[in-house]
Design a protein around this ligand. Structure first.
Ligand SMILES: [Mg+2]
Length: 411
């Protein structure tokens, strides 16, 4: 590792860990909870309106190790929640109207507690409710969460897929990936997560690993000042992944995500190899799980055993960052989990792919709770969303002082 790389790695890890001290960072101060609860008690929900939005990415997004091409962006439902005082909040909320209909007529503090977040019965509208409470109190969501993190939040582009293999009738090769990185660099990204694992099913094994290496090396060379994250989507064996990492040992990889199914033995082998080549990349895991529980657990759509396993790996320093999905765990459960991770010395980065409002929601968790290494960003926009309160430069999203999540929903 060169000195430049060493300093960068130390700064990245050190800055992230320093946020775990619970100190109030710059930005909007949290509300006084007692008077906030009194203000909320004056509001009763009288109406909810759902509508569909459609994201548009700046380019066609290709395959990852397991799945076919993503395409141009997904659709999703959002819901606006309106009170009898004329206040409103909105956000992603995918359930049908009849599921949330019983919440109409309820007072806001009946569904949202300043310390705890939303009640169990209000989870389906937890994002709109956080926005609503922020709007009523005139505070950004991150201030509701405690303003313990930075208001300048590092974001990486999570949209760099196997663009070398697209279009299928005329694959562009490594240049295709470089073009994607350049497009994201042009709008302010300074960190790229490269999908790897081409040999899992899209290319012959050895060729696929070599292409993963070539892509990583090309991105490092073209963007020497940027962070490189890599995500295998569990598409390697440990031996294959070690062969890949050996090929990029001088590329200062910042983050290794889901290289293979998380087992202690394989991570022990990987850590040992990382020691031999002085690789200080963070290991991030826990986005995908082998199965979902029939009923929500304390970890939402994740089994308790799965999260316990991640904790056990983290206790042995085999995993550094928990990636549980923003929606599968849930926003309120993330509020509860993050302080526990912080106390255990584990970093967090809620998985946000693939809808454009979700990085904003995750950035509020980062600014509010202060245990997030870097947020997964999604280039692109949905028609109907006003993102203009946010500025993005040199890889950092600047959190606005606007109330709620700071995203507008145009009429
Ligand atoms: Mg991933």
């Amino acid at each position: 590792m060169t000195r430049r790389c060493f300093v960068r790695s130390m700064t990245a890890g050190g800055a992230a860990l320093a946020l775990g001290q619970g100190a109030l960072q710059a930005g909007v101060t949290p509300p006084d909870f007692a008077s906030a609860a009194k203000t909320l008690s004056e509001h009763r929900i009288v109406r909810m309106e759902a509508r569909q939005l459609q994201d548009r990415y700046p380019r066609f997004v290709g395959k990852n190790s397991h799945l076919g091409a993503v395409g141009w962006g997904g659709g999703y439902q959002v819901r606006r929640v309106i009170t009898d005082q004329g206040a409103s909040g909105w956000g992603m909320s995918h359930v049908k109207d009849d599921v949330v209909a019983p919440l109409i007529g309820r007072s806001v503090p009946n569904l949202y507690d300043m310390e705890q977040g939303v009640s169990d019965e209000a989870r389906a509208i937890e994002i709109p409710l956080h926005d609503l409470v922020g709007n009523i109190l005139g505070k950004p969501v991150y201030a509701l969460l405690g303003s313990q993190g930075p208001t300048s939040v590092p974001i990486y582009s999570g949209a760099v897929y196997f663009d070398d293999l697209e279009p299928e009738n005329q694959p562009r090769g490594v240049e295709g990936v470089l073009a994607s990185c350049q497009q994201d660099h042009d709008v302010g990204y300074r960190a790229f997560k490269l999908k790897i694992g081409r040999g899992f099913k899209w290319m012959p094994k050895a060729e696929g690993i070599q292409r993963d290496i070539d892509v990583t090396r090309a991105v490092r060379e073209r963007f020497p000042e940027c962070r490189i994250l890599v995500d295998g989507n569990d598409g390697f064996t440990v031996e294959e992944f070690i062969a890949y990492l050996d090929g990029v040992r001088d590329c200062d990889v910042y983050w290794i995500e889901e290289p293979f199914l998380e087992t202690r033995d394989d991570y022990l082998k990987l850590r040992e190899f990382m020691r031999t080549i002085d690789c200080r990349a963070l290991i991030a895991d826990g986005e995908s799980c082998p199965r979902h529980p029939p009923q929500p657990t304390e970890y939402g759509g994740y089994e308790v055993e799965f999260v316990d396993h991640l904790y056990a790996l983290a206790a042995e320093k085999l995993v550094d960052v928990f990636l549980l999905d923003l929606g599968t765990l849930g926003y309120t459960r993330w509020r509860h989990l993050m302080p526990k991770l912080k106390a255990a010395g584990i970093l967090a980065s809620p998985h946000t792919w693939m809808w454009t409002p979700r990085p904003i929601y995750a950035a509020h968790l980062a600014a509010g709770l202060g245990d997030v290494a870097i947020v997964e960003g999604i280039p692109g926009k949905a028609a109907g969303i006003d993102y203009s309160a946010f500025t993005f430069a040199n890889g950092d999203l600047q959190m606005p002082e606007a109330p709620g999540f700071g995203l507008g929903l145009e009429a």
